[in-house]
Design a protein around this ligand. Structure first.
Ligand code: GDP
Length: 195
């Protein structure tokens, strides 16, 4: 897809703040530092529209991006940051749960993992959480440029086996450095926009 416009429309913490209009929506989740902002920026051809807001002490908000006036990306705060307090973790959990369970516009969750390493326990929890609510999942295995091509398939299998992916889940290798996987990712997202 050719992205011609992308802008942040709101940073929301509660449903009353979610944008209206009924546009299809994709939530982007991943552990802190996995490369989620880089993924968003690559997908929308911007250098730094999405910024990493996952460090402790920063406001934990759902950041809604309007793309081509036709869909929203929702940047979910990164998880798995060791230093956040139990209380912060609880607030995060409630906010995500409310969003995932009530948002009718949500077409799929894009879960970003690191192709180099097996998914973490937090990744598995996030995957299970999304599947529990019957929401379609697209797994993006990013940082593919950091490992040799010959090892991609082996690493993809580790991702698939660790998350215990189900038929129908999409798994796409990606690189925000080279743009690998970008067209495939857009094609999959576009297929969900029609659902
Ligand atoms: P976030 O916390 O998940 O939003 O992560 P960022 O997008 O800020 O990325 C974390 C670090 O990984 C940064 O230094 C990025 O430059 C780097 N990074 C992200 N994606 C890629 C990628 O596909 N390839 C490479 N080589 N580095 C990446």
């Amino acid at each position: 897809m050719k992205v011609t416009s992308a802008e942040i429309v709101i940073s929301a913490v509660k449903p009353e703040q979610y944008p209206e209009g009924g546009l299809p929506e994709f939530a982007l989740a991943g552990r802190s530092n996995v490369g989620k902002s880089s993924f968003i920026n690559k997908m929308i051809n911007r250098k730094a529209l999405a910024r990493t807001s996952s460090k402790p002490g920063k406001t934990q908000t759902l950041n809604f991006y309007l793309i081509n006036e036709m869909l929203h990306f929702v940047d979910v705060p990164g998880y798995g940051y060791a230093k956040v307090s139990k209380r912060e973790r609880e607030i995060w959990g409630k906010m995500i749960e409310t969003y995932l369970t009530t948002r009718e516009e949500l077409k799929a969750v894009v879960l970003i993992v690191d192709l180099r390493h097996p998914p973490t326990n937090d990744d598995v929890m996030m995957y299970d959480f999304v599947k529990h609510y019957d929401i379609p999942v697209v797994i993006i295995a990013t940082k593919a440029d950091k490992i040799p091509k010959g090892k991609w398939d082996k690493h993809l299998k580790v991702v698939k086996d660790t998350l215990e992916l189900e038929p129908g889940d999409h798994l796409i290798k990606f690189s925000s450095e080279t743009g690998l996987g970008k067209e495939e990712a857009w094609a999959v997202l576009q297929s969900y926009m029609k659902t």
